[in-house]
Design a protein around this ligand. Sequence first.
Ligand code: SF4
Length: 131
Amino acid sequence: MCGEALRLRPHHGMCLAYFAGYGYSDGFSRHTAELLDVLTAETAVTLTVGTDCVCSACPNNVGGVCVQAEKVAGYDRAVLALCGLREDAVLPFGEFVRRVQERVLAPGKRPSVCGGCQWESLCTGKSRWEA
Ligand code: SF4
């Protein structure tokens, strides 16, 4: 739905883990749900510190730039560092979310990355990536 080697912001590996149908608009929520439906463990993703497939349906994406660009880029870089990955890495979605789960979510490091985000109260339950 977002082309080959789908672009994904690293911090969206956390957002998608807890997505429960809420979002910035109905279109955004629908798009995110559809994305979760089509992603498989084998889907190739390109990690990008910039707008991605999730952002493509977001009202906060203005001309290809997030209105909170600096803040969310910080989230992305923190996830990359914790996961031992680099910007523009291409890897299977399953491998990416395994790292997010094992290196960020399971050890309880998520609040150090995105604490204070408006959606944070939704991100305390069971991660979608838990085995
Ligand atoms: S445009 Fe910004 S607020 Fe919207 S999904 Fe992307 S990073 Fe999140």
